[in-house]
Design a protein around this ligand. Structure first.
Ligand SMILES: *Cc1c(COP(=O)(O)O)cnc(C)c1O
Ligand code: SF4
Length: 340
């Protein structure tokens, strides 16, 4: 990659970190800010006990005021529905524990590994399949880098490393650079892929310092962002993504198909168009992973495939994401067959 950007030395706590610290984490504050009045906060509190509310102000400002049904609010607000138990909804729905090689390293698919770099995110998505992931014992701390690079050397067919989490962009510039530099030194690695929701929910994170880290890597960089609804992609998000595109990052998006958020072909069509405006191609449309607490977002396969079929009639092929489901023990994310 080329082009370096000047960075100010000795700058104070970066603006994005201040924004992260100031994120909404209190249900009363969030509801008051959105002019919503709940009669029974107890159920919200109870639902958020193990997986608290968290959302940046930048994201919350894209939510319509006084609207319980807002698709962005639905993604972050703890609801009593989360307390319902269902035998099919589990803590580790995608078999991550079977794929764990060592703390922080998942090797599930041929040629690529995934690093759980941190448990922290800038937002807590209520449908998250890692909402119960044991992060504390399973993140790739700095001290494990050597063990991880040794594993790569023992498995020379691995040519792509995915930085995931949590959200790898919550790491400080120093930590993030350390990781990218360490991976850039490994010859067999062709591509570094970053899975992050932060370009969408905390666009101020795309700083010159961060861009420089990517620019200085000799590897190809891919960023897979995560947006579920066109309202998430405002002008600031678009500007950040343009900066990434300008330094040569390949931009893709993954979406989770969610009841009450994006379960209609019109919304998904607008999402694909808006992503393209934001220099990003749709990659995956995931069926919900059946994680405990997310049952109220679930759509049955017939509904999901009917939506997908409609979507295909509305978009050019390059704007149609692949409809997939993640199944434990499979060699790739399973494409969903449309029945006629
Ligand atoms: C989803 C995932 C990947 C990436 O899969 P792609 O099909 O290449 O996007 C890699 N490793 C793990 C453990 C995953 O869950
Ligand atoms: S940002 Fe990603 S990892 Fe974090 S809560 Fe949302 S879906 Fe889960």
């Amino acid at each position: 990659m080329i082009m370096m950007i000047n960075v100010e030395k000795n700058s104070p706590t970066p603006h994005w970190q201040q924004e992260l610290r100031a994120a909404f984490s209190n249900i009363d504050d969030l509801l008051a800010y959105l002019h919503l009045d709940s009669a029974d906060l107890n159920l919200h509190y109870l639902a958020s006990k193990d997986f608290p509310l968290l959302a940046t102000k930048s994201y919350v400002d894209r939510i319509k005021k006084s609207d319980w049904a807002d698709p962005l609010l639905r993604q972050i607000l703890p609801l009593a529905d989360e307390l319902k138990k269902h035998p099919e909804f589990l803590n580790d729905p995608v078999g991550d524990s079977q794929a764990s090689i060592m703390p922080g390293l998942l090797h599930k698919y041929h040629g690529r590994v995934l690093l759980v770099t941190t448990g922290a995110c800038a937002i807590h998505c209520r449908y998250c399949f890692r909402r119960a992931f044991p992060y504390a014992a399973n993140s790739a701390h700095r001290s494990q880098i050597t063990a991880i690079t040794n594993y790569l050397r023992d498995n020379p067919e691995i040519t792509e490393v995915i930085l995931s989490g949590g959200d790898p962009l919550t790491l400080s510039d120093t930590k993030f650079k350390h990781l990218v530099d360490a991976l850039s030194d490994i010859q067999q690695v062709d591509r570094i892929r970053i899975h992050s929701r932060i370009p969408v929910v905390l666009p101020s994170r795309i700083t010159d310092g961060f861009l420089n880290t990517l620019v200085s890597s000799v590897k190809k960089i891919i960023m897979v962002i995560h947006a579920n609804h066109p309202n998430e992609l405002n002008d600031e998000v678009q500007k950040g993504l343009l900066k990434l595109k300008q330094i040569g990052v390949t931009l893709l998006n993954q979406t989770v198909l969610l009841k009450g958020v994006n379960d209609d072909p019109g919304t998904l069509t607008r999402l694909s168009h808006r992503l393209f405006d934001c220099h990003t191609l749709p990659y995956y449309l995931h069926l919900l992973d059946k994680v405990d607490g997310a049952q109220h977002f679930d759509l049955n396969d017939n509904t999901a495939t009917a939506i997908y079929q409609q979507l295909q009639t509305k978009l050019p092929g390059y704007l149609v994401p692949k409809l997939v489901r993640e199944e434990s023990g499979k060699a790739y994310k399973t494409p969903i067959q449309i029945q006629f």
